[in-house]
Design a protein around this ligand. Structure first.
Ligand code: NAD
Length: 504
């Protein structure tokens, strides 16, 4: 079935999502759908002055919001979750059209937002502190968590709405205000989320206006947010190059950075692996989202004993996988985000060929005119080197053989990034070794699951050049609060700690 031109569909979706037409027409910042490269909206960019104004207004909102009881703050996030449930179909489809990911992944992204809202609502009654034994008589020592202020959120194109929700849902229940700079490649989905948020906020009398705002523009606008002294924390998701710049700027003014940067994720396939399961997990992790997830599987280490069983089947999957308009139900791989991404992919594959490595796939395929559709590439590398040690944000999977698990674990860890990793095995000892301190050095380590597709309940993030930040589940909320240690003396004497005497 042919689909309507993206531009026609986008207008209807944005209107259904409550975004007034003047917000996505007549601006200077162009949004193009990767489906056909056509212009789907133009949004007015903000200036540095607008950023300052937005942050000041957000700070005022924070001053009011921080004193609202946390469970009431949770009520706002609960209502926002309701808006998302109501609008899931439209927003998921808009994500698919603006990023090129398939509709089921667009819907999955919205589901992730709903899930993190639910998580944050529960959290709003669980921002627990501690009581600590004091060494002094008639003293009580405790640790409590207080709101931070305005949280800046910078997000990447590939998860244009979920990453904001991971941060915002937690930041808001923790008593903060948020200012969001979405990717300049995906401003329309951001406008839609903002409209849904405002609908929810209008139902909560205690929610100040300007509690959550967006600022639209390129890196320069992000820098203005990063440099603003009223922003104590910036959560920035994107390339390692971006994180290096943002992290340094924040360090200069001693502000906090929560960095979620590039990955170069690996999986190890052992002799006892369930090959059917491994095949499916590898296919989704490596080819899904056209290789444009931070957790995409990019390196595969396969034991000699199963190489000839797995790799030919994987090649068949690579040859047959359905590529095309991401709105078609049968499509599994949509287009790359743009021509630059295609170029970067071709350069990496040329480097691989120059090293003498056989490259299967990787060529442009006809899809919808104007889009960059590629057949995913499987590269049989003779060693881990060259393009394999960097993140190319495209569907390229480098495959290397191994014979000793220790050597494969060493290769897993021998890159600059440390986001996600997997082992496929039915040998308990191998699985536990991989998860042990001698195993994977990544923030995420899985057994018999691919590297991509995390659940919101766990803390998400990675080590080394991935930036060290943790978002979403577990105790990630602590990043959005400041810790205060309070000691109360309820006696009449003033004993000093460590037995110090100071009698005047
Ligand atoms: P990008 O680095 O080009 O841009 C990300 C965001 O940072 C955009 O909003 C951009 O405008 C902004 N930005 C860029 N330079 C900046 C600067 N100097 N100061 C302030 N803001 C700046 O990334 P992208 O191409 O949109 O996304 C792909 C990258 O993001 C990949 O490397 C991917 O691995 C990474 N990513 C990481 C995670 C994670 O959770 N670890 C999640 C999604 C994407």
């Amino acid at each position: 079935m042919t689909q309507p031109p993206p531009v026609v569909e986008v207008r209807a979706l944005l209107e259904a999502l409550g975004v007034p037409a003047e917000r996505f027409t007549g601006g200077d910042l162009e949004s193009r759908s990767p489906i056909d490269g056509a212009l789907i909206g133009t949004v007015a960019s903000n200036t540095r002055g607008d950023v300052a104004e937005a942050v000041e207004a957000a700070h005022d909102a924070f001053v009011a919001w921080r004193s609202i009881p946390a469970p009431r703050r949770g009520e706002l996030v609960r209502l926002f979750g309701e808006e998302l449930r109501r609008a899931k179909a439209e927003l998921g489809r808009l994500v698919a059209i603006e990023t090129g990911k398939i509709v089921s992944e667009g819907l999955g992204e919205v589901q992730e937002m709903i899930d993190v809202c639910d998580f944050a609502v529960g959290l709003s009654r669980q921002l627990y502190g501690l009581t600590i034994a004091s060494e002094r008589p008639e003293h009580r020592m405790m640790e409590i968590w207080r709101p931070l202020g305005v949280v800046g959120i910078i997000s990447a194109f590939n998860f244009p709405v979920a990453v904001w929700a991971w941060n915002a849902a937690l930041a808001l229940v923790c008593g903060n205000a948020v200012v969001w700079k979405p990717s300049e490649k995906t401003p329309l989905t951001a406008l839609a989320v903002q409209a849904l948020f405002e609908t929810a906020a209008a139902r909560v009398p205690e929610a100040p206006r300007k509690l959550s705002q967006i600022i639209v523009g390129s890196a320069e606008i992000g820098e203005a947010l990063v440099d603003n002294p009223l922003v104590p924390l910036v959560s920035a998701t994107g390339s390692t190059a971006m994180g290096r710049a943002v992290g340094a700027r924040l360090a200069r003014r001693f502000a906090r950075a929560l960095l979620e940067l590039g990955g170069n994720n690996a999986a190890i396939v052992c002799p006892t692996a369930d090959i059917d399961l491994t095949l499916r997990a590898v296919a989704f992790s490596a080819m899904g989202t056209a290789g444009q997830r931070c957790t995409t599987l990019r390196r595969l280490f396969v034991h000699d004993a199963v190489y000839n069983e797995l790799i030919p089947r994987l090649k068949v999957a690579y040859t047959n996988v359905a590529i095309g308009d991401p709105r078609h139900e049968a499509t599994l791989i949509g287009p790359l985000i743009d021509g630059d991404a295609f170029q970067a992919m071709q350069e990496a594959l040329d480097e691989a060929r120059a090293l003498g490595w056989p490259v299967h796939g990787g060529a442009r395929v006809p899809g919808v005119a104007g889009g960059f559709y590629v057949r995913p590439a499987l590269v049989e590398a003779s060693a881990q080197s060259g393009p394999m040690i960097r993140e190319t944000f495209a569907p390229i999977l480098y495959v290397v053989r191994f014979s000793e698990l220790d050597a494969a674990i060493e290769l897993n860890n021998a890159v600059a990034q440390g986001l996600s990793s997997s082992i496929f095995t039915n040998d308990l000892r191998e699985a536990e070794l991989f998860l042990s301190e001698r195993g994977s050095d990544c923030g995420i380590a899985n057994v018999n699951i691919g590297s991509s597709g995390a659940e919101i309940g766990g803390a998400f993030g990675g080590e080394k050049e991935t930036g060290g930040g943790r978002e979403s589940g577990s105790d990630s909320w602590k990043a959005y609060m400041r810790r205060a240690t309070n000691t109360v003396n309820y006696g009449r004497a003033l004993p000093l700690a460590q037995g110090v005497k100071f009698d005047i």
